[in-house]
Design a protein. Structure first.
Length: 178
């Protein structure tokens, strides 16, 4: 199964494709220039995402659920971007899954309140990279794809038992305070 992970963003949308378990196929980011016409920016995201879907033929799209507490305008713009992502997936017949930031962090690091840097380091290590994927949005998308793989394959429990906790280095610590 190939999974397309998405870290939604209006200025920068991170994406990553994994397949055959935890094998990185490709990752990157779609960048839309600030100050550009809204419709042109959304069209750029649609076209580039459609090209990625066409090239990599994922069977499912996993996306991080929108979470904003501070800026409603930014949340609305990201929401428009999410609409484009869901439209792209729907037009290609892809199943879609959403995960909260806490779920993604917990799946990748073993702790739902891990820092962005801890997630990036863990993702880089999981995929045998010398350094985390760049830009950060691509690393986040890879974490989302990984979260979906673990959640859908039943590998999550086994993974948690053999993966060092990003905070302590201990094997599979149970953190019920998340």
């Amino acid at each position: 199964m190939r999974i397309l992970g998405i870290d939604p963003g209006f200025g920068t949308l991170g994406w990553a494709v994994i397949g055959d378990g935890l094998k990185l196929v490709d990752c990157g980011a779609i960048v839309s220039a600030p100050g550009g016409e809204l419709s042109c920016r959304l069209l750029k995201i649609y076209r580039e995402l459609d090209e990625i879907i066409s090239k990599h033929s994922p069977s499912v799209l996993a996306m991080e659920r929108l979470y904003f507490a501070k800026n409603a305008t930014t949340a609305m713009d990201v929401g428009k971007c999410i609409g484009v992502v869901l439209l792209s997936a729907g037009m290609r017949g892809l199943l879609c899954a959403e995960y909260s930031p806490l779920q993604v962090k917990r799946a990748v690091t073993g702790h739902g309140k891990a820092t962005k840097r801890q997630v990036q380091i863990m993702v880089g290590g999981l995929y045998g990279m010398k350094k985390p994927p760049s830009p950060d949005d691509a690393a986040d998308a890879l974490a989302v794809a990984t979260c979906h793989y673990l959640a859908s394959s039943g590998a999550g429990a086994a993974f948690a038992k053999r993966t060092p906790d990003a905070r302590s280095g201990k094997q599979g610590s149970d953190d019920s305070a998340d």
